[in-house]
Design a protein around this ligand. Sequence first.
Ligand SMILES: C[S@@+](CC[C@H](N)C(=O)[O-])C[C@H]1O[C@@H](n2cnc3c(N)ncnc32)[C@H](O)[C@@H]1O
Length: 374
Amino acid sequence: MALNFVAPALPGTGALATGFKPKAQAPAAPLNSAGAVLATLPLAAVSRRSTREARTARLLGPKASAELLEKRGEVDAGLGTAESKPWEFLSGIAKDAARAWFVQRAEDRGVAWRFMVEKMQAQQQDLEAHYDRIHNESIEYPDYYTRSFHGYDEGNLSWRAAHELAPATQSMCLGYYDGMAWQDAQEEFRGGARRAIQDFWAAGADKDPETLLDLGCSGGFSSKEMSKAFPTTKVSGMDLSPYFLSVAKQCYPQIEFLHGNAESTGLPDESFDVVTLNFLLHELPLDASRKVLREASRLLKPGGVLAVLDVDPKQLSALPPFRRWAFQVTEPWCKDGEYFDLKLGPELEPLGFQDFQQIANDPVNSLALARKAL
Ligand SMILES: C[S@@+](CC[C@H](N)C(=O)[O-])C[C@H]1O[C@@H](n2cnc3c(N)ncnc32)[C@H](O)[C@@H]1O
């Protein structure tokens, strides 16, 4: 039976409810997944909200965590600069310490990290069967993709990263909202995006889309979210990692998962009503992002909708030095001249999109929506 580790089946007190027991020593694990370090680094307690913090609270939303409000406050005070050193240059001790800290913090907040990893490892035979069916041998991996990512030396092309996808995804929003269980935090930011995409689609159509493509789908969590938004739609997910897609298929067998490059999918022109990019673009160099946006325009039917949920570069640029370093060290393309310089509005207009809007989805991520002209 396929297991859905990502759905909010585990209560906030995951350790007790699942039989999972924290061990003293944490294993290797990623530093972050899609913005997780924003939420994970140790911070001084914030005891009161100053006038400046009250102002930033208005910018980030009433539910933003004290951690994020403090971060934004430091930016307003002009402290948001830092140099980053690639993950490859960190010592083994520094990497292990960072990973152990990340896992422990997630477990302290109820994410059953090691329990879930062990459960996924136990399904290795199924995963390898999916891999054999999904893996497209003709795919050539771009150089930008074969680097270290998220604290894994071997990047996205490994079983180790794949086994940890579910708890890493659960951990990504831990710092968005104060005192919220990870399940509620996930629903707060994922549900917000889901509803905004539904509304945007419904403004131009009187029935659900027929087809939706989720590019950069990873372990399938965002594809599953999209099938919740549009229950009658045929949802397909595409990713460059056959390891991640094997986990996706294991968790969500009803969804189609395709091994491909979002820059050039090989799928027919105008074959999708909706294309979603959930946390893909911050993992790409600027050139590749532009190719992905062009590809999305080619794939969409006239009147089709593009949705881009991703970290807000302003928030990232805004990180104070240590935290910005800790994020960038595991996200090689989150920097000036690359993701930070991607301006979706001006990029999308010449590609034939209209009705562009970009809204704050949550305290860290923005959601951009646009419709391909008829
Ligand atoms: C942060 S993860 C996406 C998470 C997922 N969409 C979600 O919302 O939970 C980014 C994904 O993009 C994939 N990716 C990166 N470059 C890609 C490319 N050129 N084509 C397809 N997938 C790519 C990575 O393998 C990774 O799984």
